[in-house]
Design a protein around this ligand. Structure first.
Ligand code: BDP
Length: 711
């Protein structure tokens, strides 16, 4: 009995300290800094946000919920502006916002941006969120809430913010049976079975979270598409989701299976030049727009990894894309055609295929077509040079495809903060004076259609992303799509403050750990430019030895090419010459073995085991150094996190601690398996002083993971 009473007394404390991560970065906990709290209370003690639209309803609701939580008091909605009020709206809704300063800001804000400003309105100091559209007001509201959540001063605000990229999108690789291709956070959040009648509140929270970081598009379905999605019963379900997302500024897109006319249309061909096929798609599109008047358009993976496409009929990617583009054009829809292709015709180097297939088509796509290019030419590797297509195709709008889900970066058991990876790509110089960011934001070619997509890491796990820190990657994708000039550190800092606490020691320590994490992951798994040596199929863990797959590029041995002489993929003129696809100014940093940075050495060169590295070590010793250092630094992440226990609620502290334990085990596994395997070629010893691998190569080779997630 006494025990029970004790437990009952303890329970509220335990739950008070438990957070399951569901609230993401929108926790709205009371501001802990007393002085700031007081200043916020003075400036935000009422909300004036007129305007009659579902979006303005959301603005009011979000501001009320957010401010009430953050300020620890109920913040009322009032009709008339008064001193200390927050005024939010468009100048049409709120004529008071028609002053010179706000008007000047709004001229730069466009149709999604906002002005956040401290203003004297009727002689009274007020905080103002002004925008040209309701959705701009919502973005401004989330920005103001973010300032409070991160404890920034708001006494004198002069912010004008507009997105640098027009389409800021998540790509869900979700299947109709709710499995998620490369998903590590449970099943799909789209419950197709209970839609359209059952609206899971989670759909609304998903939309809120996206709106809070500026994401305005969602492709709901896997790029390996299923034509059933385009049938009437499913379109009704999509409509239900689109209706939920619309007031949050999010448009839905679907993946189009190129062979849909055969599979659900009863046609004998899907040839894009066949009038019957064209008509079928026109009808289908008309039907879709009857359900969803603001349907965004199609994302298409064609003639890649066995998917159907125009080449099945000896037509080009442009023929296929243009046929769909013509169908959606009357409704202002777009077609996003993926450049991730690898077909059966180019066995020399998979690296070169997309460039070879697409550059001849530059300028031959309709105006409402974008080409979505993965950040690198192989796949979403832990480190990969930017895709050479970004330096080509000036007459085609190129959209960035990043992967947020960590298919190749430790899935959901590893803490890997991806903003540094995204930034590394975005800041790469394509060789003609433009960075990748300037190519995709339209600076280079004055494109008006611009876009950045991230393959989502979202599932129905209670914390959405599996790993508590994986939420930061969703967050970073949105923030960078809005403003790619933000630094990885600034984004980590914001996210940590909102997700955990504003305590400076916590934020500094955890941010430093996040900022190191991607480099540590590269070091402990794919150092020095190694790539695609993960387990075949599921991509979980190391398997550099695999050589028995039907196609050469399905085998890790294809990518590392270790032999008795050395290791690495020669992509210079003496090898596949993939380097020639880069503009001279970009390629010159990599083409000479001596000048090539260590990070890309084995990506572009086959270097001898005894090759002398910049560190003075031989290549073999350097490889050992990298793997051992990577594993040691992974252990150090555990120690760092353990010291942060006092600052974090118990549940999330434990989750991260357990996951870091797994991460450390996995780093040791990678290190031992890779070094023992590569040693069979180098025939060199692991340098003295390093702990010997605990198991044999045969043991590591024998490991099987038939139920690894994500396939
Ligand atoms: C690869 C994934 C595969 C995807 C493919 C794609 O392993 O599951 O279908 O990319 O992007 O990385 O189409």
């Amino acid at each position: 009995m006494r025990k029970l009473t004790f437990l009952l007394l303890l329970l509220p404390c335990l739950t008070a300290f438990a957070e399951n991560g569901y609230d993401l970065w929108l926790r709205y906990k009371k501001v802990s800094n007393k002085a700031l709290l007081q200043s916020y209370q003075q400036r935000l003690h009422a909300i004036v946000a007129p305007g009659n639209s579902p979006t303005m309803d959301i603005v009011r609701q979000e501001l009320q919920q957010g401010l009430s939580g953050l300020l620890g008091a109920n913040i009322p909605l009032t009709a008339a502006p008064r001193a200390g009020a927050l005024i939010a709206g468009t100048p049409q809704q709120q004529p008071l916002l028609r002053n010179a300063a706000i008007t000047a800001g709004l001229a730069k804000a466009g149709n999604e941006g906002f002005v956040l400003s401290t203003q004297n309105i009727n002689g009274q100091p007020c905080t103002v969120i002004a925008a040209n559209t309701d959705i701009g007001v919502l973005y401004g509201a989330f920005h103001l809430l973010r300032l409070l959540q991160t404890e920034q001063p708001i006494a004198s605000l002069h912010i004008v913010s507009a997105p640098r990229i027009r389409l800021r999108m998540l790509n869900h690789w979700d299947n109709l049976n709710r499995t998620v291709e490369r998903g590590y956070a449970g099943f799909s959040i789209w419950n197709w079975h209970t839609l359209p009648d059952y609206i899971d509140p989670r759909y609304i929270d998903y939309a809120r979270a996206n709106a809070s970081i500026g994401i305005n598009g969602a492709v709901l379905t896997n790029v390996n598409a299923n034509a059933t999605m385009l049938t009437a019963p499913y379109l009704e379900k999509v409509k239900a989701l689109a209706d939920v997302f619309r007031p949050y500024g999010i448009r839905v897109y679907l993946t189009a299976r190129f062979s849909a006319p055969l599979e659900i249309g009863g046609l004998k061909t899907a040839d894009p030049l066949d009038p019957g096929v064209q008509q079928w798609w026109q009808q289908k599109v008309k039907e879709i727009y009857q359900y969803i008047p603001d349907f965004g358009g199609f994302l298409v993976k064609a003639n890649s990894e066995g998917q159907p496409g125009p080449q099945d009929y000896h037509r080009t990617h442009a023929d296929g894309a243009n046929m769909l583009a013509d169908a959606v054009a009357p409704f202002n829809g777009i077609v996003i055609w993926r450049a991730f292709v690898y077909s059966h015709t180019n066995p020399l180097d998979r690296h070169t295929q997309a460039y070879d297939e697409f550059t001849p088509l530059d300028g031959r796509f309709r105006k409402n077509v974008m080409l979505q290019v993965k950040n690198g030419a192989i796949d979403f590797m832990p480190r990969e040079p930017f895709h050479p297509l970004f330096g080509a195709m000036p007459h085609t709008p190129l959209m960035m495809e990043f992967q947020v889900t960590q298919e190749y970066l430790g899935q959901a058991t590893n803490l890997v903060y991806l903003a540094p990876l995204y930034k590394e790509v975005l800041e790469s110089n394509t060789g003609n004076g433009y960075t990748v960011a300037q190519v995709i934001d339209g600076t280079r070619s004055h494109d008006t259609l611009t876009g950045m997509a991230g393959v989502a890491n979202i599932g129905n796990d209670i914390n959405w992303c599996g790993h508590p820190f994986a939420q930061a990657n969703w967050y970073a994708l949105g923030r960078l799509a809005w403003d790619h000039s933000l630094s990885s550190a600034a984004i980590a800092n914001e996210w940590l403050r909102m997700t955990f606490t504003n305590d400076a020691h916590f934020v500094d320590t955890a941010a430093a750990m996040m900022l190191r994490s991607r480099e540590i992951y590269v070091q402990s798994t794919n150092p020095l430019g190694l790539h695609h040596i993960m387990g075949t199929g599921h991509h979980y863990g190391p398997a550099p030895w695999v050589d028995n797959q039907a196609r050469p590029e399905w085998n890790p041995v294809y990518y590392h090419k270790a032999d008795s002489v050395g290791i690495g993929f020669d992509r210079t003129a003496t090898g596949s010459n993939a380097l020639a696809q880069y503009l001279p100014k970009a390629r010159e940093q990599w083409e000479d073995l001596r000048a090539c940075p260590d990070a890309y050495l084995l990506w572009f060169h086959h270097a001898p085991w005894q090759y002398r590295m910049r560190s003075g070590r031989t290549l073999w010793d350097e490889l050992c150094y990298q793997y051992y250092t990577g594993a040691a630094r992974t252990a150090a992440m555990q120690q760092t996190w353990n010291k942060l226990q006092p600052y974090v609620d118990q549940q999330r502290f434990r989750e991260v601690a357990m996951l870091l334990g797994i991460q450390h085990k996995e780093a040791i596994w990678w290190r031992n398996a890779c070094l023992l395997y590569f040693q069979t070629f180098s025939r060199l010893p692991i340098p003295a002083g390093y702990e010997r691998p605990a198991a044999t190569l045969e043991y590591y080779k024998s490991l099987r993971f038939p139920y690894a997630p994500g396939i």
